[in-house]
Design a protein around this ligand. Structure first.
Ligand SMILES: C[S@@+](CC[C@H](N)C(=O)[O-])C[C@H]1O[C@@H](n2cnc3c(N)ncnc32)[C@H](O)[C@@H]1O
Length: 246
């Protein structure tokens, strides 16, 4: 994929994947054994909407990690605006090769990012960083119906062939040594409000700007197709919050 247009599409959006305050709050409130001031590692934080929500929900400190510097700059700017920079440390690093000490974190948070390094791989890489009884809260796109329409199946077979159903993800979770604490499917509003709606707005302008560009236009159209498929087939798949403890 042409990465230049990929980042032009994604730059400046409020978030980079499905999620919203209510879902982050619901997930956070299921983690009942957290200390009063948890140390939280927010992986694949992107521009950091969930980072700020977590600051609001906890009394903790957050280390926010991403490997795309412009997202981290967006997060940094917002942290200064909100006056919370003393509670966030921003780190540019590869979340599959983190150099934090073992047993460091009360909670690892990963909204819409684990898939980038493979769900199972992510679970395995991150576990040593958690303290005893520490939590992992992770969202992952998951099938909710075993018989999706052909065009949907084909799209995701191309875009994310490792996408599994909820039961198969729980098999991986248990194999990786976590204890499930709960799970829920994110509401459709969490896809639209801060993600697909602003993204779709942006695609309209970009498809005009690049209407004669044979490399960039297909990338824009692929994003539009993803949105159109969700609009039509949201009953078949969703983002699932998996809440886990070691
Ligand atoms: C779909 S976005 C989700 C961002 C944010 N959590 C949200 O929900 O808005 C995935 C994020 O993971 C980051 N990412 C992908 N691969 C990464 C890696 N190997 N190391 C660190 N960050 C990575 C991307 O830059 C992107 O910001």
């Amino acid at each position: 994929m042409n990465t230049e247009i990929f980042f032009e599409i994604h730059q400046g959006l409020p978030r980079e994947g499905p999620g919203n305050f209510e879902s982050t709050q619901r997930a956070y409130s299921s983690l009942t054994d957290l200390p009063e001031q948890p140390l939280i590692l927010d992986l694949g934080c992107g521009p950091g909407m969930q980072t700020f929500h977590l600051l609001e929900l906890s009394n903790g400190q957050i280390i926010a990690v991403d490997n795309h510097q412009p997202f981290l700059e967006q997060l940094q700017e917002e942290a200064v605006k909100k006056g919370v920079q003393n509670r966030i440390q921003i780190v540019n690093a590869d979340m599959s090769a983190l150099e934090f000490e073992r047993n460091s974190f009360d909670l690892i948070w990963a909204e819409g990012s684990a898939y980038s390094i493979g769900f199972e791989n992510a679970l395995r890489c991150w576990k040593p960083l958690l303290k005893d009884k520490g939590y992992l809260a992770v969202t992952e796109i998951s099938w909710m119906n075993s018989n999706p329409p052909e065009e949907l199946k084909q799209f995701w077979a191309e875009e994310y062939p490792q996408m599994r159903d909820i039961q198969s993800n729980f098999t991986i979770i248990e194999r990786a040594g976590y204890r499930p604490v709960g799970y829920f499917v994110l509401p459709e509003s969490a896809w639209w409000e801060d993600y697909y709606t602003p993204l779709e707005q942006k695609l309209i302008g970009l498809s005009q700007k690049y209407q004669d560009d044979a490399e960039k236009l297909p990338v824009i159209e692929l994003h539009q197709l993803e949105i159109d498929l969700y609009r039509q087939y949201s009953a078949y798949y969703g983002y699932v919050f998996y809440l886990l403890q070691v």
